[in-house]
Design a protein around this ligand. Sequence first.
Ligand SMILES: CC(C)(COP(=O)(O)OP(=O)(O)OC[C@H]1O[C@@H](n2cnc3c(N)ncnc32)[C@H](O)[C@@H]1OP(=O)(O)O)[C@@H](O)C(=O)NCCC(=O)NCCS
Length: 136
Amino acid sequence: MTGNELKEIFIEKGINPKFLKKQLVQKKVCMQKDIGVHNNLFGGNLLSWIDEAAAAFISETIGFRPVVTLKINEVLFKAPVKLHDIINIDCKILHMGTSSIKVLVEVVNTRTNNVVCTTDIVFVHIDPETMKSKEI
Ligand SMILES: CC(C)(COP(=O)(O)OP(=O)(O)OC[C@H]1O[C@@H](n2cnc3c(N)ncnc32)[C@H](O)[C@@H]1OP(=O)(O)O)[C@@H](O)C(=O)NCCC(=O)NCCS
């Protein structure tokens, strides 16, 4: 979906255009408790942080309405994170459907400037009563 197409949908739905841009959503420090094997950040922890950050970003974007994670696409762990490294979790909306939103997530190690991980995640806006998908 092009930037212009997204912009039109944002205007139609009254969404703040600031959410069209890539945003730094969260910073994390890799603590001792986050380390897995080989003295690297445990990938499962990173997945949890990514899911939480992207969900928060999407929820804010659509006015704090409830969303659930439907699908996490391929996750590439490209570079390790070591003890006390700091990472940035950046999010950008790629596509907005009727009830679903796809967001690109990029994680960067601020010490090395390496891209640690990229993925895209699909969230679905739901009706909290029925737990079914609902138009955004
Ligand atoms: C999210 C959920 C309500 C969607 O239910 P559903 O019956 O698939 O809903 P729909 O068929 O109405 O589809 C909803 C949207 O998801 C999209 N979708 C469905 N399957 C998809 C897939 N494989 N990939 C991408 N998008 C998909 C549909 O295209 C639709 O998007 P649109 O409204 O923008 O066109 C349901 O799957 C659910 O409750 N999942 C569990 C969520 C959860 O607990 N997540 C936490 C992690 S376990």
